[in-house]
Design a protein around this ligand. Structure first.
Ligand code: PLP
Length: 381
């Protein structure tokens, strides 16, 4: 068996994207900075890709820059917003991705700014009232960095509400949309977003390529110095095939957003229903109604000796899923996200994450295997 239920971690690349990238690498090898026809062709591929990304997020072309990853995009905007735009305070949440949390911790440790966190409830929803209280409490120039969809538990935030609060209190809004771009509509103008990040490999595009939106009103200084690539913002010869592959994958996802989501919702509900009815004492982490991402299902199993082995046993059965814990000093500990929502550490969490390419048969096989594993384990208690 070869079942891939780890699509929040990365996604299989679309065959059409592989073919397209191969073609670009073979035929369009010119340096985009060269003025001859080979260079011009490569340059036009990049600019078409930029146009596509801009269209999907309702930005202007001059506001989109390609990076090597969303990690880079997030580092770039947060560090440079502090350095170039005079941000004194960052408000974030404890359930952000490490590339946000470690960046803002670093900035705080360097005394470049200070950080405040809004609380999250047991579903991972940020406390919007507290956000308003914090915004209202200080006139300091503030960046709010709150993600759109949580990669571990699937909870989505109300980015319209956050954007409007930022507008009201004159704060900048940075949104990590890595898990939602191509899956849910994201409109930077309607949501008053100043900065946004995305990553090709999360929507069936290539790895090692991401993008950042920087609104024209908040343009930061060049981030990597060197040549004039990416309009001086990020020097270095562009990853032409990667950029083009990212845009083709994004186009595919945007054109099939609703049908893909419906397929995934169906997979998720079959999975969830069988788990609920056939394995005892199952719990689901994160929000399970309206604002949740269809592709993420975080499942919490009751404690027991075999529960610890579930991810490994699934792997042996040919099913790839992700553990919700990290090993620290030899002890399995809940991830920072699970800790933040008050998840009991003794329960074992597995994140199953889906794509439109998964099938109901894969779900049934997986649940059957989980049942076998739970029957010989202490799960059924
Ligand atoms: N932000 C979120 C929410 C993610 O899920 C990830 C990847 O796991 C990232 C950022 C980092 O993306 P990249 O792999 O492009 O660095």
């Amino acid at each position: 068996m070869n079942i891939y239920f780890d699509n929040a971690s990365t996604t299989p690349i679309l065959p059409a994207v592989i073919e397209h990238m191969t073609e670009v690498m073979r035929e369009d090898y010119g340096n985009p900075s060269s003025i001859h026809k080979h260079g011009r062709k490569a340059k036009s591929i990049i600019e078409n890709a930029r146009k596509m990304v801009a269209k999907v997020i309702n930005a202007s072309i001059s506001e989109v820059f390609f990076t090597s990853s969303a990690t880079e995009a997030n580092n770039m905007v947060i560090k440079n917003a502090v350095q170039d735009l005079g941000i004194q305070r960052i408000i974030s949440s404890p359930t952000e991705h490490h590339c946000i949390l470690h960046t803002i911790n670093y900035l705080e440790s360097q005394k470049k700014c200070y950080v405040q966190y809004v609380d999250v409830d047991e579903e991972g929803n940020p406390d919007y009232e507290q956000l308003e209280v914090l915004l209202n409490a200080s006139q300091e120039k503030t960046l709010v960095s709150i993600m759109h969809g949580n990669n571990e538990i699937g909870t989505m935030t109300d980015i319209y509400k956050i954007g409007m609060l930022c507008k009201k209190y004159n704060a900048l809004f940075h949104c990590d949309t890595v898990q939602t771009i191509g899956k849910y509509p994201v409109d930077v103008q309607a949501n008053n977003i100043s900065f946004l990040s995305g990553s090709g490999h999360k929507f069936h595009g290539p790895k090692g390529i991401g993008f950042v939106f920087i609104s024209n009103a908040n343009i930061i200084l060049p981030y990597i110095h060197g040549g004039a690539q990416e309009r001086n913002m990020r020097a270095g010869t562009e990853n032409v095939a990667g950029i083009s592959g990212l845009s083709l994958a994004l186009e595919f996802n945007s054109n099939h957003m609703v049908s893909n989501r419906n397929k995934i919702l169906n997979i998720r509900s079959v999975f969830k229903k069988r788990l609920e009815t056939e394995i005892e004492d199952i719990r689901f982490n994160g929000r399970q109604h309206d604002l949740f991402m269809a592709h993420v299902l975080s499942v919490s199993f009751p404690p027991g000796p075999k529960a610890e082995m579930l991810v490994m046993n699934l792997d042996i059965a040919g099913i790839s899923a992700s553990s919700g814990s990290a090993c620290s000093a030899g002890i399995e500990e809940d991830s920072h996200v699970l800790k933040a929502i008050g998840h009991p550490n003794e329960r074992k969490t597995i994140r199953f994450s889906f794509s439109p390419f998964n099938t109901e048969e894969e779900v049934h096989y997986t649940i059957d295997k989980l049942k076998e594993m739970s029957e010989i384990s202490a799960l059924k208690m």
